[in-house]
Design a protein around this ligand. Structure first.
Ligand code: ASP
Length: 335
């Protein structure tokens, strides 16, 4: 029997970390080959090609690493891979997965996974996560779904997933939308068709473009926004109160900055969408829209920052930025 061919690329993270000395702590050290070799039953479901792309803790991943991983995944698909699995640290997984999702144009599944416990810890979750991720990537029902995150046998769409607990194995969630499916006894089961996916063809990004993410908080006056603008950022995403609100002082600051650089308002609540026509106080969504801000709709702040970065780094005109964020205000129709 010919098994599906799955390429597994390892970027680092807890899943590959070992510790010789408790004082020093765990460090990323295991290769992709070592990771896949430690998974019981893997060779019975797929033909694996394993490659160590990086050995980094995920807080040190950057845009270039993600784009290089994307290029590797594309080359694997061109070479005949039926699906791709990337392993990495969970700290930035929700961001890398979404950036990949924005750029992944192939029908073949691209699945990102990691682990919350190091390989030598009791109850290490890495092997089970790799097995479930490969099962997911190898199954034809996963095709055309863009980038998924598989952790703890749960399948999440990259556009909605986030790490919601610092240490728990059950850390990934897709607020409001819920998980896309689960891997049960080695088979992915999807609960619904894929949710609407933002599909745009992006040119090669200019890596010098920088977009800041600023969270508003009690008593903030806009000094932080001005400092960020002065530091030369090309755009700002504000992780704002509630349905997309800031203080009156910050609103004035946004009005002054908006003609110079795009400002996108997202909700800092961790769940739900920004509003468009409910509140009218200074700093509310209606007021900020009049002052020139854009709103990210259902897209969470960290993901809105990645989308804005991609738009600005590919020289998208402001009208395209506005249209791109409009998309995320109506995500109810399914494909
Ligand atoms: N705690 C992290 C992890 O789960 C470390 C990292 O993101 O690299 O892998």
């Amino acid at each position: 029997m010919k098994y599906p061919s799955i390429a597994v690329g390892a970027l680092g993270g807890t899943i590959c970390m070992t510790a010789d000395d408790a004082q020093v702590g765990a460090l990323p050290r295991l290769s992709a080959q070592q990771l896949v070799s430690a998974v019981p039953g893997l060779v019975d479901i797929a033909e694996i090609h394993a490659a160590t792309l990086l050995q980094l803790p995920s807080p040190s991943l950057n845009f270039a690493h993600v784009l290089d991983s994307l290029a590797w995944a594309e080359s694997m698909v061109s070479a005949g891979a039926n699906g791709i699995v990337l392993t990495q640290g969970t700290d930035t997984l929700e961001e890398t997965a979404f950036l990949l999702d924005l750029l992944w144009t192939h029908p073949q599944p691209l699945v990102v996974t990691g682990a919350m416990r190091t390989p030598l810890t009791a109850g290490a979750d890495g092997p089970a996560n790799i097995l479930a991720a490969v099962a997911c990537a190898a199954d034809s029902s996963s095709c055309g779904r863009g980038v998924c995150v598989v952790m703890n046998n749960t399948i999440h769409e990259a556009r909605w997933v986030r790490k919601a607990n610092s240490m728990s194995v059950e850390t990934f969630e897709s607020a409001v939308m819920g998980p896309a499916g689960m891997v049960l006894e080695g088979t992915p089961q999807y609960f619904r068709p894929p949710s609407k996916r933002y599909r745009e063809h992006f040119a090669k990004p200019d890596m010098s473009v920088r977009v800041a993410l600023v969270e508003t908080c009690l008593g903030e006056t806009g000094e932080m926004l001005n400092a960020v603008a002065q530091a030369g950022y090309h755009g700002i995403v504000i992780s704002a109160y509630g349905a997309g609100h800031v203080s009156h002082d910050e609103a004035k600051c946004i009005e002054a900055l908006a003609p110079r650089l795009p400002i996108v308002i997202a909700t800092r609540t961790g769940s739900g969408s920004t509003a468009a026509r409910t509140y009218g106080f200074p700093g509310s969504e209606i007021d900020l829209a009049r002052r020139g801000a854009y709103f990210s709709g259902w897209l969470a702040p960290r993901k809105a920052r990645l989308l804005l970065w991609l738009l600005l780094a590919t020289a998208a005109p402001l009208s395209a930025c506005a249209a791109a964020f409009e998309f995320w205000k109506r995500v109810d129709s399914i494909e």
